[in-house]
Design a protein around this ligand. Structure first.
Ligand SMILES: [Ca+2]
Ligand SMILES: [Ca+2]
Length: 228
């Protein structure tokens, strides 16, 4: 085979190889968002059940209970099991208190938080979801919500993709502030609290197409040059 033809063949093979590898890489990442951390509360504690994160609360310990959960928003085939069940407390002392999830989003962007919730008529009926970029200062996100009386099948979803500061952030945190309880034993249950994100550094399909066309442009250029 003449030298020029051989060189062209080598170039063609390496271009095809790079394209195939890129397509494979994109296909493996084209799946929907990854779960960064999941609390299913099935083991009746505050410790994260999948992934990495820390859940803390200033609600009186005696009012932090666990009760029947739901498969609403359950991931990885997890059963309903138990749910976190928070009471108003004596003199509804827990109004204004919160649960806080510290979840590093390093390596992830397009953060979405979702969970299932239900409340009794005298439980917390005026709850506020918040996020934090530094783990200290929390910002309201969306209006206050009133939990339905049953978990149902549709979770509450807080799409935080517009908050760029939550991407790749080791200090990212999420909080629910509870208010509106009108009796000591009024409760609010939370189950399947999930923090989702897309792996960072993976080009979006449009960017990938641009990269590919750039690559083929370069190939065409080097081909034309080699013909001169
Ligand atoms: Ca559960
Ligand atoms: Ca747990």
């Amino acid at each position: 085979m003449p030298m020029n033809q051989e060189r062209r063949l080598t170039r063609r093979i390496s271009f095809n190889l790079i394209t195939a590898i890129m397509l494979l890489f994109l296909a493996s990442h084209a799946t929907k968002a990854n779960e960064i951390a999941i609390w299913n509360f099935n083991d009746s504690n505050l410790i994260v059940d999948h992934g990495v994160g820390v859940l803390t609360t200033d609600i009186i310990t005696a009012n932090v209970l666990f009760a029947a959960g739901t498969t609403n928003n359950a991931r990885l085939g997890n059963p309903a099991g138990q749910a976190l069940s928070l009471q108003g407390g004596t003199g509804t002392v827990n109004n204004g208190r919160n649960i806080t999830f510290n979840v590093s989003t390093l390596g992830f962007s397009n953060i979405v938080v979702s969970f299932a919730t239900q409340g009794t008529s005298t439980g917390f009926n005026n709850n506020q979801f918040q996020y934090s970029l530094d783990g200290t200062t929390f910002v309201d996100f969306g209006p206050a919500y009133t939990p339905a009386t049953a978990f149902g099948t549709v979770p509450l979803v807080f799409t935080l993709t517009s908050i760029a500061g939550l991407n790749d952030n080791a200090n990212a945190a999420f909080r629910i502030v509870f208010n509106g309880a009108s009796s000591a034993t009024g409760t609010n249950r939370i189950d399947n609290f999930v923090v989702d994100g897309s792996p960072s550094g993976v080009p979006e399909p449009a960017t990938a197409a641009l990269l590919l066309s750039g690559l083929s442009g370069l190939y065409g250029l080097s081909k034309r040059r080699s013909r001169k």
